[in-house]
Design a protein. Structure first.
Length: 332
């Protein structure tokens, strides 16, 4: 079986959110396609808090090349997918390296200025959306780009789907305690709408500590490090899924929410252009609260249109077919 390295930061492998879910899903799909995805991550210069200076961002990755290369060479790996732009230099040692960015040089994101120089060296990439493909070409002249969604778990989307369990005043938000994710907006919405039950789900345990700096309204329920099974159970019970991030590279919970037939409220930024259907409403800081309330007040419990669209655009089946074609070309 052909080996392919998946290089991610240690913290990305340890948290129950996008990068780890992607890694596990890719590993399983790889096995089905005859490709052994080997997890590789640096063990030093990491921190439980990725906003500490000198940790976790591209600057920290540069001092981990020896450890990463040792792991790659010990496994006799010749091709890698790396998810952090700081590892762009891997192509000096492994010409067949490809970036699948978990972040992007957008002004809304932490590390924006630090990321940009690394992107000028990228020559091949896989991205989650057509928007990111366009941006890679427009901003960095990268044209060898495959668009492959991180497909949601279809089995969970079938098993947990039960419109009779929808709680009509329940609003769900999934994110991180980071500035561009705007958890402050969700807390303010809850304060202004005490009749709503607002669930805020965070991917890592580290946010239990950081969320203590906020005053949490009584109608907000905080959840940390849920399993995929728990996410889909909670997703099914919510009437509205709301994303208010300034920018998103993955937007995985939005695709899962669509698959579960949620009424979706999202940002109007073009990076969310792939989240589209009859009941996906784009807004901004000025009208989000009103949009969330309108969606919650809709007479329907679920949107079959949203669900149908998601299964046709973002499913695991779509993801597997994308990687089947990609591996057939890249590994030959």
């Amino acid at each position: 079986m052909r080996k392919v390295g998946l290089v991610m930061r240690k913290i990305q492998f340890t948290e129950a959110q996008g990068p780890r879910v992607f890694a596990d899903r890719l590993k399983q799909i790889g096995l089905e396609l005859g490709v052994d995805i080997v997890f590789i991550s640096p063990e030093r210069h990491v921190s439980g808090y990725d906003w500490l200076p000198g940790y976790e961002h591209e600057k920290g990755d540069l001092v981990n090349y020896d450890i990463v290369l040792d792991q790659i060479y010990s496994q006799h790996i010749e091709q890698v997918i790396y998810t952090v732009s700081g590892f762009t230099f891997l192509k000096m040692f492994l010409p067949k390296s490809v970036l699948f960015p978990h972040s992007f040089p957008d002004p809304a994101l932490t590390g924006y200025e630090m990321m940009k120089p690394f992107y000028t060296m990228v020559d091949k990439a896989i991205v989650q959306t057509e928007f990111l493909k366009t941006e890679l070409a427009r901003n960095f002249g990268v044209h060898d780009v495959n668009v492959i969604p991180i497909g949601f778990n279809e089995e969970l989307a079938h098993r947990h789907y039960d419109p009779s369990q929808v709680v009509h005043n329940r609003v769900l938000w999934i994110g991180r305690d980071e500035e561009n994710r705007r958890p402050d907006l969700v807390l303010e919405y809850a304060r202004q709408n005490p009749d709503k039950e607002v669930y805020m789900v965070f991917g890592g345990r580290r946010y239990e500590e950081s969320m203590k700096k906020y005053s949490i309204p009584d109608n907000v329920k905080l959840q940390f490090a849920l399993t995929q099974d728990e996410v889909f159970m909670l997703m099914n019970s919510a009437k509205v899924y709301w994303s208010c991030s300034a920018f998103d590279t993955f937007a995985m919970p939005l695709t899962e929410a669509m698959a579960m037939g949620k009424m979706v409220v999202k940002p109007e930024h073009p990076c969310y252009g792939h989240i589209r259907s009859t009941h996906a409403f784009a807004g901004n800081e000025d009208n989000w609260f009103e949009l969330v309330n309108m969606a919650a007040a809709a007479p329907r419990s679920v949107s079959e249109d949203n669900r149908e669209y998601a299964f046709g655009a973002f499913s695991r089946t779509i993801m597997k077919e994308g990687y089947r074609k990609f591996f057939a070309d890249w590994l030959k």
